[in-house]
Design a binder for this molecule. Structure first.
Ligand code: ASP
Length: 454
């Protein structure tokens, strides 16, 4: 409980009786899912196919995991729109909004650039591409040829920078909203929805009296979404466990072994960024103990890891920012909503690593200026990547092509992508929370401290 002007107020977590321990239950669910998944994996027949029992277990676990995922995805759109709209209205002052935006941009750029530099540094140091034999390269390229082809086709329809900017303004917001969810959008999907919400919020701050009812309604939409997420989180131990069970039970350990050095570089880079850069930035700019911070945001970490989707984890991040980190709601709503699509450090790091790794595999020598191009494009790709599983693959293809590495070489990494996607999404989501904590610490309005329990 917190005291607001001497009155005891319950936090939403207390009110629903779910304070504390939730993240431990999710962690336990994840651990059980991984152990059972690995056990199921070891029961596969000599032909490599899962036995009947394992097949049945996966066919039960997958839908349960997907129900958990759907509960989260279901509220992404209402949440993105209402959270951004309300963030703008609650900030109220456009100059202050501009400061929040610029500070967010500063921390996003700082974290993304450091992430890519760590990735690129590690690939150059460890040379994972040299560990791949020509034979492994051939086997993997033909095994994942079709999947790679689909992604190359998607990347071919990538737009020019000019068109991307024009498409920030949705021609038809309703169509864009539907497209943002199912991936069929003609424009920029979620980015266009966010732009629409920002403009609508700015317009509403100029007509507060006339838009009071709409603002109230959107507060209702926001509260409903967060309540649904509270329910989804009750299911998280089971849902997250089922999702990772299905992944590990079907995981190809042979391919993990073949790509061990590459996987090691990606995971090592992500860990360095997570534990090194985030800890440093938290200590310097948010004056927070990193250990405390990681403990408080752990449920968002576990949900991100099991769902591989920043968008699906947005609601959990908002909840964690409010209930655990006690950030000012308008800052958290703004930074986290924009960040779920626009700030993906783990993805940026991964993109840099994959491009240089594939250049090594195919013996393409990249000059320093080409490596700088890779760094810059990876940073930008981290902004443009949709927060969905595998969202970064089409953008990686764009970067590969721009530096002359064969695009269908992406097939080589697709077999291990899921496990790396889980890990980079965790880093993406923590990155959003780190940015939110830093922006909050620097721009918290005077007098709001006690209200949020700092
Ligand atoms: N799955 C990632 C996310 O949602 C995007 C990606 O790297 O593919 O954050």
């Amino acid at each position: 409980m917190q005291a607001v002007d001497g009155v005891q107020v319950m936090s939403p977590a207390e009110a629903t009786g779910r304070q504390g321990g939730g993240h431990l239950r999710i962690l336990a669910g994840l651990a059980v899912g991984i152990v059972l998944g690995l056990a199921a994996h070891s029961l596969r027949g000599p032909d490599g196919n899962p036995g009947e029992l394992v097949g049945r277990a996966v066919s039960v676990a997958e839908p349960v995991g997907r129900i958990f995922l759907r509960l989260m995805q279901m509220v992404v759109l209402p949440l993105v729109f209402s959270a951004l709209f309300l963030a703008v209205v609650d900030v109220g002052d456009l100059r202050r909004l501009g400061r929040i935006g610029l500070t967010t941009l500063f921390f996003t750029a700082l974290l993304s650039i450091s992430a890519v530099l760590i990735g690129v540094g590690m690939v150059n140091l460890m040379q994972p591409g040299r560990a791949i034999s020509g034979e492994t390269r051939g086997v993997l390229t033909s095994k994942y040829k079709d999947k790679a082809g689909e992604n190359v086709n998607r990347a071919n329809s990538a737009k020019t920078l000019g068109q991307t900017l024009v498409d920030l303004l949705p021609e038809n917001p309703i169509q864009e909203m539907a497209g943002a969810v199912d991936g069929s959008s003609k424009g920029n999907g979620m980015l266009a929805v966010m732009f629409f919400a920002l403009l609508a919020g700015i317009a509403a701050t100029m007509r507060p009296a006339e838009t009071a009812v709409l603002t109230g309604t959107l507060r209702g939409v926001y509260e409903i979404s967060m309540t649904v997420i509270g329910w989804a989180l009750q299911l998280a131990p089971l849902g997250a466990g089922c999702l990772v069970f299905a992944v590990t039970a079907q995981m190809g350990t042979d391919i993990l072994r073949a790509l061990a050095v590459f996987v090691g570089v990606v995971i090592g880079g992500l860990l360095l960024h997570l534990l090194g850069v985030y800890s440093l930035v938290l200590t310097l700019f948010a004056r927070q103990s990193p250990v405390n911070f990681f403990r408080r945001v752990s449920s968002a970490m576990f949900v991100a890891f099991s769902t591989s989707s920043s968008s699906a984890t947005l609601s959990t991040s908002l909840k964690v920012a409010h209930d655990e980190l006690k950030l000012a709601p308008e800052t958290a709503n703004f930074v986290l909503t924009v960040g779920a699509t626009g700030n993906q450090n783990g993805t940026a790091l991964f993109e840099g690593v994959v491009v240089l790794f594939l250049a090594q595999v195919f013996g393409v020598q990249l000059s320093i200026s080409q490596q700088i191009t890779v760094v810059l494009m990876s940073v930008l790709a981290g902004v443009g990547t949709a927060g969905v599983p595998g969202g970064s693959i089409p953008l990686i293809i764009v970067v590969l092509k721009s530096v002359g590495v064969p695009a269908d070489g992406i097939a080589i990494v697709l077999g291990v992508d899921r496990i790396l996607d889980m890990s980079r999404t965790l880093v993406n989501v923590v990155g959003d929370l780190v940015v939110a904590a830093c922006v909050d610490a620097r721009l918290r309005p005077a007098g709001s401290l006690q209200q949020h329990g700092h």
